[in-house]
Design a protein around this ligand. Structure first.
Ligand SMILES: NC(=O)C1=CN([C@@H]2O[C@H](COP(=O)(O)OP(=O)(O)OC[C@H]3O[C@@H](n4cnc5c(N)ncnc54)[C@H](OP(=O)(O)O)[C@@H]3O)[C@@H](O)[C@H]2O)[C@@H](O)CC1
Ligand SMILES: [K+]
Length: 495
């Protein structure tokens, strides 16, 4: 899957540029789009005796008329149910004219289990909630358990955000064109799409040079070139040094999970920095990972000065009893390079004064990486979290800009955003990751990669992908302790 994602506006621009460059005009692109959908229908659903194609008034409907014609030509029983008429002279009007199946009103559509439904009501052009007849059709399909193939997007799903207005169609398969849109990967759109296929309809990749998309699917091709490759001449510290702050004696496990993850992702040396009363608990469980006593800020400064770790993790199991903010701000100001990954309690500690963190991050040489779940995100960015008009992508992007750092907004559709507007949506998420300690491992993976000089945005994207891929491959029964040791085979594949 190519990494670029296009907003509906960017997709319109891609169409325009492709038509201008030739040889395909809009009608040819529509015929190619319809043919791609018809081919998927015939290939994947050969057992349906009947097909109902629901056509809207725009170009999405135009694609539907092409599908209806091709399926009829292939000998399938096809009925067309239309909402509105294509505008005179449009490509969709031409496609409707070429379609030998007479259109019936959408209100007459009754789904049945033996009838495959092709949803060509609305795609990228949907600008407001589905109206009554379209909503009723979506509901009837759900109630009847009909199998739906959606063209471009299930009608009712917004391409830019994945949000759904009222009831949307729910597809078993969605066929989209040229590149995915954010709405295919962001929930609830992603679940509504079922399986998603991207079809080539003759738009050349060169149109992307002009469009310069800033949103990506988080696939290895997005960051593979920046992934750390060990060299023969390296020693342990030149392979990077990551340090993880431990919580008190009763909450040391989170830091060790992060430390082990950093080590497994290839960093040369890892140190756990623990308060004196937590040294014994940590020492009992650490072997290759170093342990250093750290009780107050002076010692922290001295350690950073002497060893200059390339990346830090602060937050997992850290607690909120000890002063956190001063330590974070001093560390960030002092680091020469690399990244400070702030997770969990490290994020919560700044709930009353996020601007203090952001001001320092904007001046820092090291990158700040924040890894909030939705709840933690709301503590640092209450206005962004409470704004319904913003998608998860918009929120993460605005937060990264405001924070002057990389924001990893976690969830089933984790979004990674950097200042400047670059953002990636993760697409290999796994329900098995919803387990205690999994976030600690992610923080450690990010720090481990950043310590090896991978730029912070790429490090965060790669870590999110590795974390999810490990969980997906492991499957049921996964606990956070399993995750670090699942890295080696994934690294072998990537390298
Ligand atoms: N461009 C190309 O070359 C190619 C494009 N392709 C295909 O085109 C699709 C995009 O086409 P599109 O832009 O015409 O948008 P589409 O989704 O059909 O809807 C627009 C129409 O719906 C109407 N409308 C909107 N919301 C509504 C609502 N809630 N309830 C009722 N009506 C509503 C709106 O009316 P208006 O807002 O003007 O009143 C307008 O008439 C794309 O998804 C892909 O399938 C492919 O063929 C490849 C080549
Ligand atoms: K559709």
């Amino acid at each position: 899957m190519p990494p670029e994602l296009l907003t509906p506006q960017e997709m319109t621009e891609a169409d325009r540029l492709a038509i201008a460059a030739g040889p395909h005009d809009g009608h040819a692109l529509m015929r190619n789009a319809g043919a791609a959908v018809a081919m998927e229908v015939l290939r994947r659903f050969p057992d349906f005796a009947r097909t109902a194609v629901l056509c809207g008034p725009g170009n999405n409907g135009g694609d539907g008329y092409v599908v209806a014609r091709l399926l009829r030509e292939a000998g399938i029983a096809v009925r067309v149910f239309a909402q509105g008429k294509p505008r005179d002279g449009s490509d969709a009007a031409l496609a409707a004219k070429e379609c030998p199946v007479a259109a019936e009103p959408l209100e007459a559509f009754e789904p049945a289990v033996d009838t495959l439904v092709v949803d060509a009501l609305y795609g990228a052009g949907l600008a407001r909630p589905l109206d009554g007849p379209a909503q009723a059709a979506a509901l009837r399909c759900r109630d009847a358990g009909a199998t739906v193939v959606a063209i471009d997007l299930p009608s009712g799903v917004a391409g830019a955000s994945g949000s759904t207005w009222e009831r949307s169609f729910e597809a078993a398969l969605t066929v989209t064109f040229f590149r995915l849109k954010p709405g295919h990967l962001l929930e609830p759109g992603r679940s509504a799409c079922g399986e998603t296929v991207v079809a080539d309809i003759g738009i050349p990749a060169s149109v992307l040079d002009e469009i310069a998309p800033k949103t990506f699917a988080n696939v290895p091709d997005l960051w593979r070139k920046a992934f750390p490759q060990p060299a023969h001449a390296q020693h342990k510290y030149s392979r990077g040094h990551a340090a993880v702050f431990s919580g008190g004696p009763a909450s040391t496990g989170a830091a060790r999970l992060a430390a082990l993850a950093a080590a497994r992702v290839g960093v040369g040396a890892v140190t756990v920095l623990a308060p004196g009363n937590a040294l014994a608990a940590n020492a009992a469980h650490l072997t290759s990972i170093m342990l250093k006593r750290l009780d107050d800020d002076d010692e922290g400064e001295a350690f950073v000065a002497a060893h200059a770790p390339d990346a830090f993790v602060l937050g997992p199991g850290y607690g909120l009893e000890r002063p956190v903010r001063g330590r974070v701000l001093a560390l960030l100001a002092r680091m020469e390079r690399g990244a400070l990954v702030l997770d969990a309690d490290g994020i919560t500690a700044f709930r009353d004064a996020p601007e203090r963190l952001f001001d320092v991050a904007k001046e820092a040489r090291a990158a700040l990486v924040l890894t909030p779940h939705e709840g933690e995100f709301g503590r640092l960015f209450p206005d962004l979290a409470g704004e319904d008009a913003l998608s998860k992508l918009d929120s993460a992007r605005a937060a990264a800009e405001r924070a002057g750092g990389v924001v990893v907004l976690k969830g089933p559709d984790t979004v990674i955003a950097a200042p400047g507007g670059r953002a990636a949506i993760n697409c290999n998420g796994s329900p098995w990751l919803a387990t205690a300690g999994s976030g600690d491992v992610l923080a450690g993976l990010i720090a481990g990669l950043a310590a090896q000089r991978m730029p912070a945005f790429e490090a965060a994207c790669a870590a999110v992908w590795l974390h999810a891929e490990a969980a997906t491959r492991f499957g049921p029964g996964l606990i956070a302790e399993d995750l670090p040791s699942l890295m080696p085979p994934l690294l072998s594949e990537l390298l």
